[in-house]
Design a binder for this molecule. Structure first.
Ligand SMILES: [Zn+2]
Length: 373
């Protein structure tokens, strides 16, 4: 039932609308029209004001033909840079960028799949539950749209996020992450005339990092120091170093433990050098998610895939997405692959047939959800 040509054409239109994070106003207006024309009640929440963006999250409530619980279909409207002036190239089944920008298949493939499914429901009078389409802002800059989503406008408490690559997988597990920002303070002095008066912030940072457990900590946990900058000149004992790093874990307790360890390494190194001090700031980027494989939403997508002659396998992913936030906020959500490939690069591409496959499974899930209780 999915109209591949129409899905492709909407996708191409959407990737040509610039929508860097906080600049989603134009695409939101276009999608409000799309979903409003399909009979949805479209509203925006106040998230845009909170993040100083052009628009809030778009929430489109499609009335059901049955009284089953509402189903959430969620994707994000923003793209990473460089994502302005996208000129998609079409080669048979493949759509790619011209190499100067990302394609924006992350996540406009998800947006296009959702719109096509809602359209089919209306056009073909498919039995379906109430559907809440949530198109978020600012996913790429810290899941801000999902964090500020006004849940009082959303009826659904379970559903699907469309924001991962390979079709045939439902991501049920993802790590949580903490970001660390550290400033190491030493004391400046002339390196040749009075080195004993200085305290080297570079030495303190180096000692801290040398003693730190980094890389793969255990099967569930990783850690990295990703950026370091500091010092002034060869002949000055360095008085300041800035260090940034992260810890990730599927286990909240292990995440806290690794984060505390990294903080302690800096504090202990500073304590060994009188006159040195550190400021460590920890920000929770997102928390882990783990949806059981026998949850209602997983059973729904597995059954939907079977109905279309496909399979859906539960999998874990290495990063966070809106699903992390929504699960933490009490919804039950898994992340379905849309076909997007080599995302966040200027060689991003996707296959239209993959988007069609994801849309077929989604439509089957919508039909099956019409009879859930
Ligand atoms: Zn994404």
């Amino acid at each position: 039932m999915i109209d591949a040509a129409r899905l492709q054409s909407l996708f191409l239109e959407l990737v040509r609308i610039d929508s860097h994070s906080r600049r989603e106003g134009r695409i939101a207006a276009r999608l409000a029209r799309e979903l409003g024309d399909l009979g949805a009640d479209v509203v925006f929440d106040g998230a845009g004001t909170k993040v100083a963006g052009e628009t809030g999250n778009l929430i489109a409530r499609v009335p059901g033909t049955t009284t089953a619980p509402a189903l959430l279909l969620c994707a994000h409207m923003d793209t990473v840079a460089p994502g302005e002036g996208v000129k998609p190239l079409i080669e048979d089944d493949v759509i790619r960028t011209d190499g100067t920008t990302v394609l924006g298949g992350d996540d406009k493939s998800g947006v296009a799949i959702i719109c096509e499914c809602v359209r089919i429901c209306r056009e073909r009078s498919v039995r379906h539950p109430p559907i809440d389409v949530v198109l978020t802002i600012c996913e790429e800059v810290g899941l801000l749209g999902a964090k500020h989503l006004d849940l009082s406008l959303v009826r659904a408490r379970r559903g699907l996020v469309f924001d991962s690559d390979a079709v045939g997988f439902a991501f049920t597990r993802a790590p949580g992450a903490n970001h660390l920002e550290v400033v190491v303070h030493g004391r400046a002095a002339h390196a040749g005339m009075a080195p004993e008066r200085g305290v080297s912030a570079i030495r303190v940072a180096a000692e801290a990092i040398a003693r730190m457990r980094l890389g793969r900590i255990d099967p569930e946990t990783t850690a990295n120091i990703g950026r370091i900058e500091g010092g002034r000149a060869n002949n000055i004992v360095p008085d300041e170093v800035h260090v940034r790093g992260e810890a990730r874990s599927h286990d909240l307790a292990r995440l806290a433990e690794q984060t505390d360890h990294m903080r302690a390494c800096f504090e202990e190194a500073a304590a060994r050098h009188p006159g040195a001090r550190v400021e460590v700031q920890v920000e929770s980027a997102y928390e882990p998610m783990a949806v059981p494989e026998d949850s209602a939403i997983m059973r729904l997508v597995v059954a939907a895939a079977a109905r279309t002659g496909r399979t859906i396998t539960a999998a874990g992913m290495g990063g966070g997405c809106d699903a992390n936030v929504l699960n933490r906020r009490g919804l039950e959500v898994v992340n379905l692959g849309t076909g997007m490939r080599d995302i966040h690069t200027t060689s991003e591409w996707l296959k239209v047939s993959d988007m069609v496959a994801a849309a077929e499974v989604t439509l089957a899930a919508i039909e099956l959800a019409a009879d859930l209780t």
